[in-house]
Design a protein around this ligand. Structure first.
Ligand SMILES: Cc1cc2nc3c(=O)[nH]c(=O)nc-3n(C[C@H](O)[C@H](O)[C@H](O)COP(=O)(O)OP(=O)(O)OC[C@H]3O[C@@H](n4cnc5c(N)ncnc54)[C@H](O)[C@@H]3O)c2cc1C
Length: 415
């Protein structure tokens, strides 16, 4: 047992897993392998500040000295090609092999590819990595007309950023509202209204049927409504797929990602999976999920380290997420799939409001626009299992806080 833990994927989950193993007292070897050549970096700024400012540098997750100080062997620019769970060895594309006692799969996800007539062409881009962000930033500096395919968080963040930078931006979304799978209709409508007011053109219920090119470079898109929209850059943001092929090829069970149990163990002994790549039955809803958020990746990483170091915790973190779209800070807590009643606190007209989602009497999620206090309190309330009544929600932050404090004082002391 001296080959230690090998973490595959040096993103948000992988780096946290390495840190957490040391924090949990793990003394064996820790090897972190990532296919990108640069020091691991924060992904959220890529669609926000990074593409706006040509001088912006990547925000690294940990300084280089951190890896040396923690005796973490960082192999960058190395892609794991295959994994042998029985022989406990993995192969690198570069030709080497690495033995392991345990593996944490933290391979993340990649952008869904658009199967559309006329493509692929130069100028058709998607955003996952710093290399993608650099390509978008460079081309955005040269073009006027940009089409973004997909009205999800990343597409809308990019739309707001590039439009504020003076580009003509059109968002083409197949659903009848923006962020349809993620937020309540009132939030979708609010985001759409503000983006439109800031100059972003939004085409809902619309798909791109064909792409036109000029000398191998995208020049226009033809929509399902028959409109021809000039575009020197087409950004495809239609969701991601989990990087689960490595696991599947190794005979590990997959289903919309690598299947893991409540301790993040896969179907193969000594192999765990975390973050965007992992799918699991969620403690909060009882449904199978695969979440794509920094919180999910880093909380998974902490738990994976505890599983490896012998603690039998089960995953019970409250899910949360944020997105910055122009002048809207959206913050979400909980999972709102089963929502049957919503209460809106605050005024959309003020660009500050929250939507509280309930399933029966139970609070299952809060979406906040520029109301960070609701979000922070929401995380505490949901972590504690408290569901405020309508009156407390309508009474604003102070009333909510008072109701929560009152409820806490009435809870039996832990034994
Ligand atoms: C532009 C952008 C903006 C985002 N904004 C937000 C936000 O505002 N809020 C939020 O909560 N989340 C946001 N996210 C999502 C968040 O970044 C992800 O959920 C998170 O990075 C997932 O962490 P992970 O460790 O699972 O995967 P990643 O961080 O993607 O790391 C996986 C790493 O593994 C590498 N890898 C894959 N296969 C191999 C292999 N075979 N060998 C070696 N290396 C491999 C990948 O290249 C990658 O570097 C954003 C994501 C993007 C792309």
């Amino acid at each position: 047992m001296n080959n230690g833990v090998v973490i595959i994927g040096a993103g948000h989950g992988g780096v946290q897993a390495a840190a957490s193993l040391r924090e949990e007292g793990y003394e064996g070897r820790v090897t972190l392998i990532g296919d990108e050549a640069e020091l691991p970096y924060h992904k959220p700024p890529l669609s926000k500040s990074f593409i706006k400012d040509s001088g912006a540098k990547p925000q690294i997750l940990r300084a280089e000295a951190f890896y040396a100080a923690g005796s973490i062997d960082l192999l960058l620019g190395e892609t794991v090609e295959s994994l042998d769970p029985v022989g406990k060895q993995l192969k690198l594309v570069s030709g080497g092999s690495v033995s392991f006692d345990k593996v944490i799969l933290a391979t993340g996800s990649r952008p869904r590819v658009l199967p559309v007539e006329g493509g692929p062409l130069a100028g058709m881009l998607s955003l996952r990595s710093i290399a993608d962000a650099r390509a978008i930033r460079a081309l955005a500096g040269e073009v006027e007309d940009i089409v973004i395919l997909g009205g999800g968080f990343i597409g809308l963040e990019i739309a707001a950023t590039l439009s504020a930078g003076g580009r003509r931006v059109t968002v083409v979304e197949a659903q009848q509202r923006l962020l349809a799978r993620a937020v309540a209709p009132v939030v979708s409508a609010h985001v759409a209204a503000r983006l439109a007011a800031s100059g972003v053109r939004l085409l809902l219920n619309t798909v791109v049927n064909r792409i036109e090119g000029d000398d191998g470079h995208v020049s226009a898109v033809i929509t399902s409504a028959g409109e021809r929209i000039p575009a020197k850059m087409l950004i495809v943001g239609i969701g991601v797929v989990p990087n689960a092929e490595l696991a599947a090829a190794a005979g590990i069970q997959t289903a919309n990602g690598v299947r893991v149990d409540a301790q993040l163990r896969t179907s193969a002994p000594d192999i765990l999976a975390i973050g965007d790549a992992a799918s699991y039955r969620h403690w909060f809803t009882g449904a199978d999920v695969r979440l794509e958020s920094v919180q999910n990746a880093t909380d998974h990483a902490r738990l994976a380290a505890r599983t490896i170091t012998g603690h039998a915790d089960t995953y019970s973190a409250v899910p949360w997420f944020w997105s910055d779209i122009g002048d809207m800070k959206l913050q979400m807590v909980g999972l709102t799939g089963g929502s049957d009643r919503q209460i809106v606190a605050g005024e959309p007209a003020d660009n500050r409001f929250s939507v509280f989602h309930y399933s029966g009497p139970r609070l299952i999620g809060i979406e906040s626009v520029n109301r960070p206090a609701d979000h922070m309190l929401g995380r505490k309330m949901m972590g504690a299992g408290f569901s405020p009544d309508t009156q407390s929600v309508a009474g604003g932050s102070d009333a909510l806080k008072a109701a929560f404090t009152d409820w806490q004082t009435r809870q039996p002391a832990p034994v």
